[in-house]
Design a protein around this ligand. Structure first.
Ligand code: 5AD
Ligand code: SF4
Length: 415
């Protein structure tokens, strides 16, 4: 979501006549788009920001802005803590990046913006084949560990015609894949609900792959599973954050489902969409998490056999429900549990990837591989990364023969 917010700010600046600078030193405007989902992201930003102090001293004309969730949370405190910052811009007010470009001062860039979903902002996208598309903003769920409802405000859905128009435009530019973005896409509501929106998007000529993030298990409905089974463009991959396998912890997290509810949805999904890849998010060391709770998460990973997980140690976020809970888990226990979950998942992922060897997979070409610039990289419909040899154009859908399966990727050659 933050990556796409950055694309939108770049899009607005481009429409004001700006273009991307080669480096900090060449820039007239520097915008940090920050994330505060966990403490680590926030700390990284603060140390990066410190490095710009001397740049501002040597070049007082450069405008420095802080956007995103840290800006929203720290607000004016950021201006007094880091006097070299000129603007703080919250995630609901991206369009005001225009004011930064136009030297406006004193505009309030941190207010709630109830009209956010009605705005149609341009985006400067770097890739040619796949694009992010916002369908809703904010979140009403208040999971007790999470800062998002405090920084991104209440849920607002974009009108479906506006979304479809944007996607038709992307198709006309040659994009083949869209990923629909929202904190909780399953509670999308405009003139249609989320499965209804998918039905409309599926009809857009030229868009061959549709993905969406993120789904909340409590709102993951049978109607959505039906839509995924029936609509040819919807990719065979779902990211469905479990967070914990313990019902006691899920309750403390205010997730409003049990492990059994979750598992039943996964089984139905696997029955209706054969071969679907499933990934998840897990938090290790939520307050009061016992060895028994942790073992429930281990059992869940073994039972569900995800294609991949994103696991994090719990990080208290100021002002959230869990931040004031008793029963902090010691840091070394959190880390130990996290590492064991990641190791367990590695062995499962290797096992799940092995059957891909010898198959031919449709891949959307993203460009040069991050691990080896001599090779290309892309993804399967199931969202597996494929590094491959042979010639292909960025943004093209091609067939790749898979020669080898690795832990975090597949390896192959153009078929
Ligand atoms: N501590 C650790 N992980 C968190 N996440 C969200 N908030 C926190 C937190 N305070 C994780 C959740 C979520 C993912 C995006 O980040 O697993 O699904
Ligand atoms: Fe955070 Fe929960 Fe909302 Fe996701 S659904 S953004 S975890 S509060």
């Amino acid at each position: 979501m933050n990556v796409h917010d950055s694309e939108k700010m770049a899009g607005i600046l481009a429409s004001e006549g700006y273009s991307p600078a080669e480096s900090h030193k060449d820039a007239d405007i520097i915008i940090f788009n920050t994330c505060s989902i966990r403490d680590k992201a926030e700390q990284k930003f603060l140390s990066e920001l410190g490095r710009l102090k001397s740049l501002k001293k040597n070049n007082p004309g450069v405008k420095i802005a802080v956007a995103g969730c840290v800006a929203q949370q720290m607000g004016a405190r950021l201006l007094s803590r880091a006097p070299h910052v000129d603007f703080v811009l919250g995630p609901q007010n991206l369009k005001l990046v225009r004011d930064i470009a136009n030297d406006a001062t004193g505009s309030s860039m941190l207010e709630d913006n109830p009209m956010l979903a009605e705005e149609e902002l341009p985006a400067l996208r770097k890739e040619k084949g796949r694009a992010w598309v916002s369908i809703m903003y904010g979140c009403n769920n208040f999971c007790t560990y999470c800062i998002v409802p405090y920084t991104r405000g209440r849920e607002k859905s974009r009108p479906s015609e506006s979304i479809v128009r944007e996607i038709e435009g992307l198709a006309a530019e040659g994009f083949k894949e869209v990923t629909l973005l929202g904190q909780n896409v399953n509670s999308y509501r405009s003139d249609v609900d989320f499965p209804g929106l998918l039905g409309k998007i599926d009809k857009v000529e030229g868009i061959e792959r549709v993905r969406f993030v993120t789904s909340h298990p409590k709102d993951f409905s049978a109607a959505l599973i039906e839509a995924m089974a029936e609509l040819p463009s919807i990719c065979e991959h779902i990211h469905l954050p479990l967070q914990s396998g313990s019902d006691r912890i899920l309750d403390l997290m205010n997730r409003r489902y049990t492990y059994d509810d979750y598992r039943a949805k996964v089984w139905l999904l696997r029955e209706k969409v054969p071969g679907i890849a499933i990934t998840t998010d897990i938090i290790a060391g939520f307050p009061t998490e016992t060895e028994e709770d942790y073992q429930a998460t281990v059992r869940a990973l073994k039972e569900i056999e995800y294609d991949g997980i994103f696991a994090f140690r719990y990080s208290p976020r100021p002002g959230t429900g869990a931040a004031s809970m008793e029963g902090d888990v010691p840091e070394d226990v959190k880390l130990d549990r996290l590492q064991k979950l990641l190791d367990l998942q590695d062995s499962i992922t290797i096992r799940k990837n092995a059957p891909f060897e010898g198959t031919v997979q449709e891949v959307l070409v993203e460009g040069a591989s991050e691990t080896d610039p001599m090779r290309l990289a892309g993804r399967t419909r199931t969202n597996k990364i494929v590094n491959f040899t042979g010639a292909a154009e960025e943004g093209a859908l091609i067939n790749v023969e898979i020669l080898k399966a690795h832990k975090h990727s597949l390896e192959g050659r153009v078929a």
